[in-house]
Design a protein around this ligand. Structure first.
Ligand code: CA
Length: 586
């Protein structure tokens, strides 16, 4: 019996209710098993591509609501979850660190867990959560007070919980955990508070820490409770003691490339934002690169050792976090590749073997901070597009203001792109906006914002900020673009039926033609969509789900973007759609 058949057999046993035991095999094959969703990303390589083609370009017009589930209460804030589906149950997370188990046939609640957060949590960008992980008989998620909790999947009772970091120092947690070989692997959030980004691996059955890997140079890792190795080389790219509060939050979680047995995590902005305090404004020699902030990092899952890194924004000075998801794919020539669309506006293709630079091309229109990426993968900086040094200002308090594009919220933020095995293209949710930004003096204070910068976000175009693009990874060319008035903030999903699903802040859940970008179907969900779509098969019918509930980082920042979103209603509904059997052949 080959691996795939074995996985399907176990899955069928699960579906009868005889046992509920999610295995490594099921996680490893999630992208091909169509009656479950047991990983964030619909497969740990994060392609978000479903091989289902029952629902297709011809019959998507017959997709109808099956049920909707309200998260209830007064806690209607941004809902960014990706549902998990296993053994007849849907598991979703909600704002304020809540989790729900729902009967997937009826939409009826089975149980609900509320993490009951302490006073004084410090989430930077809304009280969101992006989803759970599932393994064995447990569902696992992280909370805004920087804890990780494992619940009994049948009852919602706590099995174990552990502290990722101290929330009073500015740490929090919002990403979906990643499970590989019995380890539950998490990053952390808090990059605007001078925290230190780390990746932690725990035994999924007990919660015991196995290894920890800080991602800022100079910090020591641990393995089995003992110090292991130092990250990077002390003071190679950081001045003085700045590395001790150097940021690099690993806040979006990671992916796992089974082809090379590598975890891939991104690290956010170096702290503080004022790059002159980190030597990053001084010259382009590399001494102010501030490794491994604003980088993608390949990690050995067994030991936590760093295998490779690729820094998208050395000398970072615009809050271009390097956390955006890295998607593993094979290119048209069969080469093993990685792709990522960075906050800084460039779409990168890397070699899966060692993270080596292959190519980069803009995926937004007006990148100002760099004129391109050179053959070595290093940006060609426009030095006059760096916010000015406040110590050079007459009053020493506010450096020169510059207009930079993209804005600090990025050409693309957290919202995951998708790869289609049908077309070979990536579908990238992007935003066309810039910002006025300036630097100010700042010193570190535990638990306080650590920016040393101010900003105002501005749309680059009157008629749209949001822009979903189909991108050919071989050339970087845009095959088509779909424009949206408000900034896009939802995940994207592709299917073998030739469909591209995503949602808008205006509340529409939309299916486009993957070849042309033509709108084939849409449904008004009643609140803005910042969730992540999934699709699966149940009783011979294809289902599609999306979370609706406006919020996230966009409405928290005013600027001139506010008028595009300040009329939108909040909400909190899990929508599930189905294609009725009798419509499937139409
Ligand atoms: Ca940041």
């Amino acid at each position: 019996m080959n691996k795939f058949v074995a996985a399907v057999a176990v899955s069928l046993i699960g579906a009868t209710g005889a046992m509920a035991n999610v295995t490594e095999e099921m996680l490893a094959n999630d992208q091909t098993i169509t009656d479950q969703i047991v990983t964030n990303g619909m497969g740990r390589h994060l392609q978000r591509y479903s091989p289902l083609d029952t629902l297709n370009k011809d019959n998507v017009k017959s997709l109808v609501p099956a049920w909707a589930f309200s998260l209830g209460g007064e806690k209607q804030r941004g809902q960014e979850t990706q549902p998990l589906i296993y053994d007849g149950v849907m598991y979703i997370t909600g704002s304020y660190s809540r989790m729900y188990a729902i009967d997937v046939k009826t939409g009826k609640e089975l149980w609900q867990y509320d993490a009951r957060l302490p006073e004084g949590i410090l989430p930077c960008c809304d009280v969101i959560n992006r989803g759970a992980a599932i393994y064995g008989d447990k569902v696992i998620f992280g909370t805004l007070d920087a804890r990780i909790v494992a619940l009994d999947a049948k009852t919602g009772d706590v099995v174990w919980r552990d502290k990722i970091a101290n929330y009073k120092e500015g740490y929090s947690y919002t990403a979906a955990p990643l499970i590989v070989n019995g380890l539950v692997i998490t990053g952390n959030s808090g990059g605007e508070f001078g925290i230190v980004g780390t990746v932690q691996a725990r035994d999924v059955n007990t919660g015991d820490m196995v290894w920890e890997r800080p991602v800022i140079e100079g910090h020591m890792g641990t393995l089995n409770g003992e110090p292991s190795t130092m990250t990077g080389e002390l003071n190679a790219t950081w001045p003085g003691d700045m590395w001790k509060t150097g940021g690099g939050a690993t806040w979006l979680g990671g992916s796992y490339d089974a082809r090379t047995d590598t975890l891939i995590f991104g690290a956010g902005n170096p702290a503080p934002w004022n790059s002159w305090l980190r030597d990053a404004g001084q010259d382009n020699s590399g001494k102010g690169d501030n490794l491994y902030a604003a980088s993608r990092i390949g990690i050995d899952p067994a030991t936590g050792e760093i295998k490779w890194h690729y820094q998208t924004t050395p000398r970072e000075g615009w809050d271009y976090d390097g956390v955006n998801e890295v998607v593993a794919f094979d290119d048209k020539d069969g080469n093993q590749r990685l792709a990522t669309a960075d906050r800084n506006g460039f779409f990168y293709v890397l070699d899966a073997a060692d993270g080596g630079f292959v190519s980069a091309a803009p995926f937004v229109k007006d990148i100002s901070w760099a004129s391109g990426i050179d053959d070595t993968g290093r940006p060609i900086f426009n030095e006059d597009n760096r916010p000015g040094d406040p110590t050079e200002a007459a009053d020493g308090k506010k450096g020169d203001v510059i207009f930079a594009s993209p804005s600090f919220l990025g050409g693309k933020n957290w919202m995951p792109m998708a790869f289609s095995q049908n077309t070979g293209n990536f579908y990238v949710p992007s935003n066309e906006w810039g910002m006025d930004i300036w630097n100010e003096p700042i010193s570190y204070k535990k638990g306080a914002a650590y920016l040393g910068a101010g900003f105002t976000i501005k749309p680059n175009y009157e008629d749209h900020i949001g822009s979903l693009k189909a991108i050919d990874p071989a050339t970087g060319d845009w095959v088509w673009e779909y424009k949206n008035d408000a900034p896009l903030w939802s995940g994207v999903m592709t299917t073998a039926g030739g469909l591209v699903f995503f949602g808008t802040p205006e509340g529409e859940f939309i299916a486009l033609d993957d070849a042309t970008g033509e709108k084939l179907w849409s449904f008004q969900t009643g609140s803005g969509i910042v969730g992540q779509p999934v699709t699966w098969e149940q009783d011979g019918e294809q289902y599609v789900s999306i979370m609706s509930g406006w919020g996230g980082a966009v409405p928290l920042w005013g600027g001139e973007v506010a008028k595009k979103v300040n009329y939108l209603n909040q909400g909190g509904l899990m929508w599930t759609f189905r294609l009725p059997k009798e419509m499937a052949s139409n």
